[in-house]
Design a protein around this ligand. Sequence first.
Ligand SMILES: *Cc1c(COP(=O)(O)O)cnc(C)c1O
Length: 358
Amino acid sequence: MSGAERALASIDEGAIERNCRRLLDLTDGSVELCAVVKADGYGHGAAAAAAAALRGGATWLAVATAGEAVALRDEGLDGRVLVMGALTNADLEAAVGADADVVVWTRELAQAASRLRGARMHVKLDTGMGRLGTKDAELARALLDGPVAGVMTHFATADEEGDELFGEQLERFGDFVAGLDEELVVHAANSAATFRDPAAHFDMVRCGIAIYGLDPFGSDPSERGIEPALRLDSWVAALRRFEAGDGAGYGRRWRAPEPTWVATVPIGYGDGWRRGLSNDCDVLIGGRRHPVVGTVSMDNITVDVGPEPAVAVGDPVTLIGSQGEERILAEEVARRLGTINYEVTCGLSPRVRRLHRR
Ligand SMILES: *Cc1c(COP(=O)(O)O)cnc(C)c1O
């Protein structure tokens, strides 16, 4: 990238394929992989991520909204699609119209869905997430009397190793599904649960974060045999000499303690490079880490490249990804923001073009 555009997110589809294979390797041969591509594939591009996941062995796709299911079909993706989110009657119609499976947990929802031709429902039990699904096992059992394709639950704390709720949820769900019709697809595990406990795999695992090579536990993804699919690059648009005391950016939140050079890089919170990273993140230029100094503005950041920089206008700047031996993970950016890697990639705005490479 040599100044052709402000900022670019490059997505390695091969990495998504390999991550899917890695997840399938953790499961026994009969378990299916449902690749979760909601929120535009966690910012990676839903259609491309979905296609890569299917090449990597996924047999189902999952999204949160009816619109996301319709969009996948418009992109020519076939195969099973599960819409996991809450749906209005209009959404239900759109989802079933797109030949997607939907999730139900009340009589009203189940009735509305069963009235639609070709509907396939998944009954959701709330075993402790406290969000969607029913806590009433009797009701859940009653809902099975309909066009039901699957039974599911969702873990609240699978990413918190050692937490007790995970085991309790697993037990409640295990009790519920014991002795159910063999035809039903039973599924519970997100990425963290897939890594954590084979007992949570059932017939299918629903993995999102890990297919993108992001670690559900917030550490280094390579420790779990997955690789980040996304890198984020920009470039040095300006380079200027600062005297001691000169300020960079809005509010002069940083002043040069001694003479130095400061690079201006055209990416900011309008691109999803959050303002909370002001004076608190690094970028890579010429294979070395340099600190972002001053306030992140909507369109630019400023970077202290030192008194004798080996940096020139036009040089590539890596915000997520590696240059030579140095590497910045989305997990590092998340830690600095006090958030999770999910939010870092989901937050990249549409202004950042996604470039997909196989
Ligand atoms: C988002 C989501 C997933 C995927 O979770 P990851 O942590 O990204 O693997 C699975 N199931 C449900 C119901 C979800 O909402």
